[in-house]
Design a protein around this ligand. Structure first.
Ligand code: ADP
Ligand code: ADP
Length: 219
């Protein structure tokens, strides 16, 4: 999915926290959003993801103002899980689409195995550690095959080997499915590993936009 943003403004109680004149996010990119706390990163992705309304301005999805719910998935730092098992959480998007039970089983088992959490399959979501919950939320997002995947620091509670697995999966889904990925990260190392482009935000504005090399000075 290709996204373009036009004069997007968000104000809370008259206080302007987001002011993005123009931003084009190409289909098939992996865009990193970096910048200090309070820069407006979360606000921007919530508006793109349809979870928050802009005060003014527009987001265009493939040139249109509307998009289908099934096209976009947002994963937060604190994942939202259903009060059920890991299996059901990951299977949920496929159940909604009324896929056959056997196909659901196969797909869920495959992704749980890839991410290395098949042993948690029957465990209730609320008994998991923070990092495990994030893995479940990411498994569900990846099985959903959205055309836009938005990630708000989704690996902040994971150990390095889990992070490496998740980064590989994000790269894979981007390559194979041409999924557009937008990821907020505090790790420049992570941005370097997976992002094709980055945006540096500060005080609600896009200060820099370009390739990692253009935005980050690293002698
Ligand atoms: P970041 O994700 O870069 O840390 P945010 O988008 O979360 O930044 O926040 C940008 C600014 O907007 C901050 O000053 C924050 O306090 C403010 N803000 C975010 N959400 C709300 C809200 N619901 N009500 C009032 N202010 C908010
Ligand atoms: P994060 O740093 O992970 O983006 P925050 O602590 O900034 O999380 O925000 C958590 C929630 O609180 C978000 O839904 C955000 O919109 C809201 N929020 C952030 N700042 C404010 C604020 N100043 N007033 C009210 N709500 C806020």
């Amino acid at each position: 999915m290709q996204i373009s943003i036009n004069n997007l403004v968000k104000e809370y109680n008259g206080h302007r926290v987001l002011d993005v004149g123009y931003l084009n996010i190409n289909k098939g990119t992996i865009l990193g959003i970096i910048g200090p706390n309070g820069a407006g990163k979360s606000t921007l992705i919530k508006i793109i993801g349809g979870l928050e309304e802009a005060t003014s301005g527009q987001v265009y999805y493939n040139g249109k103002k509307i998009y289908s719910q099934k096209d976009i998935t947002v994963v937060f730092q604190k994942p939202y899980l259903l009060r059920t098992t890991v299996f059901n959480n990951v299977a949920y998007p496929l159940m909604i689409r009324k896929e056959k039970k056997k196909a659901i089983n196969n797909k869920v088992n495959k992704i749980l195995k890839e991410i290395g959490i098949e042993n948690l399959k029957n465990q209730k979501a609320w008994t998991l550690s923070g990092g495990e919950m994030q893995k479940v939320a990411l498994a569900r997002a990846l099985i959903f095959r959205p055309s836009l995947l938005i990630l708000d620091e989704p690996m902040s509670n994971m150990d390095p080997s889990s992070i490496a697995i998740m980064e590989e999966m994000i790269k894979k889904i981007n390559q194979i499915e041409k999924t557009t990925v937008i990821i907020i990260t505090h790790s420049l190392q992570q941005a370097k590993r997976i992002c094709k482009e980055v945006v540096f935000m500060h005080k609600g504005k896009v200060q820099e936009f370009g390739s990692m090399k253009e935005v980050i000075f690293n002698p």
